[in-house]
Design a protein. Sequence first.
Length: 596
Amino acid sequence: MASYESIVAAKRTLRESLIPKAWILPREVHEQYAAQPITIFQQPIHPAVSPGILSSRELELTNTYHDATSTLERLHSGNASSEEVTIAFCKRAAIAHQLTNCLTEILFEQAIATARERDEEYRANSKLRPLHGLPMTFKDSFRIKGVDSSIGITALCNQPATSNSQCVDIALNNGAIIISKTTVPQTMLTADTDSVVFGRTCNAYKNTFGAGGSTGGEGALIAMGGSPLGIGTDGAGSVRMPAFVNGIIGYKPSGYRYPLDGVPIMGSGVMGSTAIGPVSVAGPLTRSVRDAQLFTKIVSQARPWEKDPFLLPNPWLDLDARINPSQRFRIGIWLNPDHVHPMPPVDYALKICDIRLGYWGHKLFTFDGPSLADVWDLQKQWAEVQDLRYLRKLISSEPTTTIVEKTKIIHPSKPAPELTLDRLHELNRRIAELVVSMTRAWNACGDSDGTGQPIDALLLVPAPHPAMPFDEYTDLTFTALMNIIDWPAITLPFNDVVSPDTVQQENYIPENAYPSQHFGKEDERIAKIWKERREEFVGLPLSLQLIGRRGEDEKLLTVARIVHAHINEASQAEKDEHARSIVLQSNAHRDASLAS
């Protein structure tokens, strides 16, 4: 049996050999942009990048101000060929990979050949498929026939898939072109993408910060412009976390809408609608809300429930056609959740969004949700119930990464209690209490103005921090909640980054607001990281999380399109510098309400 070291060496050598030599960055260029990968595509463009690797046309075709929808419009109109678009994205993905280490199974050669076939289709048939010629990527856990789905574990290397995952087939049947698969962390149960087989994936904005997980490769790649659309999975935030830390869109649908077949990591009895505990889903990472709508609609129109008995029938509801773009919504805003105080830039982003949405005429309501103190503990306990024995066996022949150790799922601090019927009922009861509490809070929030009308969506931070330094993102409370209660959620990038202004707040935890200054150990840990390393956070992207009710996915996405446009358009109030000072000094109001 080959050693894990030899498997890793062979796998990495093969991967790098699939990048054409002409697309390799000169060493001095790599060193110049390694610290902040995303700046390699910012003006002025280094001549080794363009025209050296990417022509000016290819650079424009892959520019991140284009989303998948606008790229498809070009392809469908004949203004760009599938071959030239695919080559352009393959080149840009190669550059992104060299700076962030985001790819696993590279399929450039096959993709370009498929693109030529798509162009022949275009010439022969004026009726094109919805994703005609669109390059896209998939998380490594999805199966693509003929290549590995190792999920970064040596025991799964050199076992090419014999068939495609259903989501892959849906994409291909609709004319898409898959250019690569992307990195995941060892075990796929952490928020920092690092594996023995493929190594560390870094954040697109700063190479000493994590890319999120477990769909980390997609987050970094799409932020860098190397793919217009990627598909991942989300069991506790694994689509939303890499999306928000890299400044892109990440959408977690309600359960049982998207096919989830791929490499299993839990017990054989955990599948589809027989799943117990928090609900895992597949979902897209994109550059726009309309791209998330596009792919979700395509999945619905493929009627995957007719092949997958564990999915629920979900015919697409075209709510965009029914809702006027000028419509304004009732939005709950969860300003003061417990468990961890948000770092100042995260608090700033949420409050600025409150101001902007109010300026645009949306009605904002304070959301008074349940305690989140035990959410992450509940999620981890359910992971043990869902059976981690298979995963532990898979990684037994290789060392475990630091983030796997620190997250304490595979190697918990203390043995899990014996699984009894009473314990199972107790864990289910805790989920039920969260669902009921969130529903009551939702209804009470909407009824606070006496109209009896519910809110349309809820704003909450996706985490109390932006991206985190390597191996420090170990608590997933603010995203895991939505998997536990099975509500859809989408991360929306805010058009600002962590600024020097906000890092001036060294001590943001209010004194005398509680019997103890911190909610608990995690709050204390996050505050310590901020105090000691706050200057390092400057320049990282900021995002919000918009949440809907279970099954109301089309409504959430429609609301998100309008809300996202408004939170990224500066209002007259914000143009006045007074608005910034109000937000930065508003902790006093928050502290007073928390103290009460």
